[in-house]
Design a binder for this molecule. Structure first.
Ligand code: 2P0
Length: 326
């Protein structure tokens, strides 16, 4: 099945009438059980289910209107870079009628430098704004499927707080959607530790494809991810922070291990990333309940509880603390 065929199936369910404008916000999200590997690259269907936490007010706001001539795409108040605009226009092709163009203004309030201004909040905000402009009247599950075909992790950015993205089994991906866990954990905090602002050489899509095609260790990944997904759900239900932290950190390190065993090898870490990991391990040995997770990049995201915030800030003066619940 192609993306266009999937979109056509969903659009048959649309109920409303087009308006003149759409405006929406979607948060960035950090996976505690990672999405790493596709069972279908065309439809962005994942090998494993994943679980994330959204970053509250940090994310993307997007306004969309119709445009008379060509698409006009702005990022943070300026005409968007070519590659960004091309990716967005190609996505909009899935929805446009003949001769229809769009004006899209998208703004990130995530510090781009922290490597978090990913495609996730961008595609989620765009899909929500499109739903308003084109009057689809879709529910969050349907919107998460549309966001998914823009970028897999965007499916989870439809929600605040914890979100799960079910891998599903169907070839058409109609059972691969995200939903909210609807479970608040008000004392949970995320700390962003920036290691590098540089653009990564290998994007996530290429990275996960190379890993699943060449890494012997990838064979063990789906099984571990499935266990971690269940453990995290249990930890969240029980508000068991050590269990959550341990599972998330181990999941991230297992994902990075599959990459190191790929060929050519894939290592997103910088020397400073490793130094920071070791600092986290030393802090834990000294009795602080502190854990980390890392995505396809060199930056660390710390996980800790509000009561340890002062200790974490003392150890990592540059940490940017995010409260996911506001
Ligand atoms: C995640 N990542 O679960 C994992 C962890 C990176 C490492 O989702 O190809 O940009 O657009 O579906 O969503 C990044 O992958 O990839 C990602 P595509 P996406 O957050």
């Amino acid at each position: 099945m192609t993306r266009q065929e999937l979109v056509n199936v969903l659009l048959k369910r649309a109920s409303g009438k087009p308006g003149t404008r759409g405006e929406a916000f979607a948060p960035a999200n950090i996976a505690l059980c990672k999405y790493w590997g596709k069972r279908d690259a065309e439809l962005n269907l994942p090998v494993n289910s994943s679980l994330s936490i959204s970053l509250g007010k940090l994310g993307t706001k997007t306004v969309i209107k119709f445009s008379k001539t060509a698409d006009k795409i702005f990022l943070n108040g300026k005409p968007a870079p070519k590659a960004f605009a091309a990716r967005l226009s190609a996505y909009l092709d899935l929805f446009r009628n003949e001769g229809q163009f769009f004006e899209v203004r998208t703004k990130n309030n995530i510090p781009t430098a922290a490597g978090l201004a990913s495609s996730a909040s961008g595609f989620a905000a765009l899909v929500k704004a499109l739903d308003q402009l084109l009057g689809w009247g879709f529910n969050p599950r349907e919107l998460s499927m549309l966001a998914r075909i823009g970028s897999g992790s965007a499916s989870r950015s439809l929600y605040e707080g914890f979100a799960v993205w079910h891998a599903g089994q169907r070839a058409d991906g109609m059972d691969s959607y995200a939903e909210a866990l609807n479970r608040e954990w008000p004392s949970l905090r995320i700390g962003i530790l920036e290691v590098s602002k540089a653009r990564k050489k290998t994007g996530s899509t290429e990275g996960m494809n190379r890993t699943s095609e060449t890494s012997e260790l990838y064979e063990s990944w789906p099984k571990q991810a499935e266990c971690d997904f269940d453990e995290l759900r249990t930890a969240i239900a029980a508000e068991d922070f050590p269990m959550l932290g341990k599972t998330a950190e181990n999941n991230a390190l297992a994902m990075h291990s599959t990459m190191l065993a790929a060929w050519p090898p894939l290592c997103y870490w910088k020397p400073q990333s490793i130094a920071l990991m070791q600092k986290v391990w030393a802090a834990r040995e000294a009795g602080i309940e502190l854990y980390f997770t890392m995505d396809a990049g060199p930056n660390l995201k710390l996980l800790f509880l509000k009561e340890d915030q002062a200790a974490v800030k003392a150890l990592f003066p540059k940490v940017q603390v995010v409260n996911p619940w506001i």
